[in-house]
Design a binder for this molecule. Structure first.
Ligand code: DQA
Length: 148
């Protein structure tokens, strides 16, 4: 199997940025934990973070020819704003899981709507960095034909 993990704007600051909301874990910590799990499960993993909407969109365009099985995406603030990123995810034709570290539903009303959730396999919100690992566990299970 082959999995793409995309992270949107400001997530490069994880660990330093509003730690009461987003925790002390850095994006490098998350990527490392995912890479360990991927190696154990024999899955090829690619991770990509950008603060630029266009760079995320172009990464998804490239993914169209890269035979990924699943996408795990935290679109960050673009969750609530970007029809363009939504369209790129749909153009990629990838089955995806939407992850948020914080519980967006317990926060400002403008975070309650997502341009992605209605198309996701599922969403994980509020479980901190664990959310990425739980999403990855789902993907491992799905790729090995376990319960879904
Ligand atoms: C976030 C939630 C978004 O509302 C916010 O803009 C982020 C991070 C999260 O992971 O909790 O940047 O996606």
């Amino acid at each position: 199997g082959k999995v793409l993990v995309l992270n949107g704007p400001n997530l490069n600051l994880l660990g330093q940025r509003e730690p009461h909301l987003y925790g002390a874990t850095t994006l490098a910590d998350i990527d490392r934990a995912l890479a360990e799990r991927a190696e154990r499960a024999g899955i090829v993993l690619e991770t990509f973070q950008s603060n630029h909407e266009g760079a995320l969109i172009e990464r998804l365009h490239a993914a169209r020819d890269e035979a990924f099985d699943f996408l795990i995406i935290n679109p960050a603030a673009f969750t609530h704003t970007s029809i363009a990123l939504r369209d790129a995810v749909l153009a990629s034709d990838l089955s995806f899981i939407e992850v948020h570290l914080s519980n967006v539903h317990a926060r400002e009303p403008f975070r309650h709507h997502s341009y992605f959730s209605d198309k996701a396999i599922g969403t994980i919100t509020g479980l901190g960095a664990q959310g990425y690992l739980l999403a990855f566990d789902y993907v491992i299970a799905a790729l090995s034909d376990n319960l879904d």
